[in-house]
Design a binder for this molecule. Structure first.
Ligand code: 2NL
Length: 355
């Protein structure tokens, strides 16, 4: 082997032996095999040789190129393996170290109750409808057959707002009925919706908050009877409270927007506080057959369409179900309370078998 070839070979192998990282290795590869590398330089000289000389020299250089190519590739793989081994050693994780506890938030009992209510009615074919908290006086009262100077408008301790540009009076909704009014105006029956959400009344004491949550429900179809109302609400209450034999009582009442109207009681024991106990009754829902005038106000012919509606207080149901004694605690954001009554946000709504 001629001297220059031998020197080049030695230089390359020596350089490779010294290379410790990808970058150094790459520099060597370029300086020997690259476009202006040393071996490439020698190969370029072949063109200036005569045939005989070129044959001998060419074969020699080709062998050298093969050898160096292989040596460079081998060294490259070695460097890669060494680097990977070093990384694996450095990044090793001790899986026996105890996991750090990360605090996890919980669902507020109001959210939990709304999820449960939604899941139960969802299983019965209801969907959730929503609407604005700031409602026109017409959607909140007039459409619901509450006359201009009816006691309900003041009974409800309504928060009145200044009229907007359109001159219509507005209120903070005292119930979510406006959502159902909008639904009836906007879509054709059959309708099966629940409307959970914030409601507002200017009332603040141990059992009343100026903002609280209600969930109303509405069913409109042909041939809907009181039987459907009773079956639906009995099923809902028994599943919600997890008591297949929960006593449920319907008591005649009055709302301007339903006729007949009924308040719904469940059995409980005043002595033990136990739901379903039996000796005493606890009011949990208001309900009734949608008043024909409400249907007419929403463009539905009462001769053709019937329906029932109901309303419940979400905090009240949550207090009864979870034994929470004080309404005000719902809005205090006391972390100890939230930790105690909050529920796993990833758990599905805790429901009992249908009854
Ligand atoms: C209660 C009573 C009730 C309704 C709400 C309603 C809505 C429309 C038409 C007719 Cl659009 N009725 N809602 C009916 C009966 C009772 O709520 O005690 N809520 C906490």
């Amino acid at each position: 082997m001629s001297d220059d070839v031998d020197t080049l070979r030695q230089d390359c192998l020596a350089a490779l032996a010294e290379a410790t990282d990808q970058r150094g290795w790459d520099a060597i590869r370029v300086s020997f095999l690259g476009k202006s590398g040393r071996l490439t330089g020698l190969l370029k000289q072949l063109g200036r040789m005569d045939a005989e000389e070129r044959k001998v020299r060419g074969a020699q250089l080709n062998r050298l190129r093969d050898e160096l190519t292989r040596a460079i590739e081998d060294r490259g793989r070695e460097i890669e393996t060494t680097a990977l081994d070093a990384r694996l050693a450095a990044e090793r994780v001790d899986i026996s170290v105890p996991v750090l506890e990360t605090p996890r938030g919980g669902l507020h009992p109001v959210s939990q109750a709304v999820e449960e209510i939604t899941a139960i009615f969802g299983a019965m074919g209801f969907t959730v409808a929503e609407g604005p908290d700031i409602e026109t006086d017409w959607h909140n009262f007039s459409a619901l057959n509450t006359p201009e100077h009816h006691a309900a408008r003041t009974d409800h301790d309504t928060f009145y707002l200044p009229p907007e540009g359109d001159g219509r009076n507005r209120v903070l909704r005292t119930q979510t009925s406006g959502v159902q009014i909008r639904t009836m105006l906007g879509q054709k029956p059959p309708i099966r919706i629940i409307a959970p959400g914030r409601t507002y009344r200017a009332d603040h004491d141990a059992t009343h908050s100026p903002m609280f949550h209600q969930c109303e429900g509405l069913v409109i179809d042909q041939g809907i009877t009181l039987g459907h109302l009773k079956g639906t609400l009995i099923e809902f209450l028994r599943v919600f409270f997890g008591k297949p034999d929960l006593p449920v009582r319907f008591r005649a009442s009055y709302f301007p927007f339903t006729e007949p109207s009924m308040e719904v009681d469940i059995g409980w024991s005043r002595k033990t506080g136990e739901i379903g106990g039996g000796e005493d009754w606890l009011e949990v829902l208001g309900s009734g057959m949608v008043h024909p005038r409400v249907l007419a106000n929403c463009g539905l012919n009462p001769e053709e369409w019937q329906g029932f509606a109901f309303g419940m207080g979400v905090e009240r149901l949550s207090m009864l179900k979870n034994g929470i004694p004080d309404l005000r605690s719902f809005y205090e954001s006391d972390v100890r309370w939230l930790t105690h009554y909050g529920t796993d946000p990833l758990a599905p709504a805790l429901l009992h078998e249908g009854v």
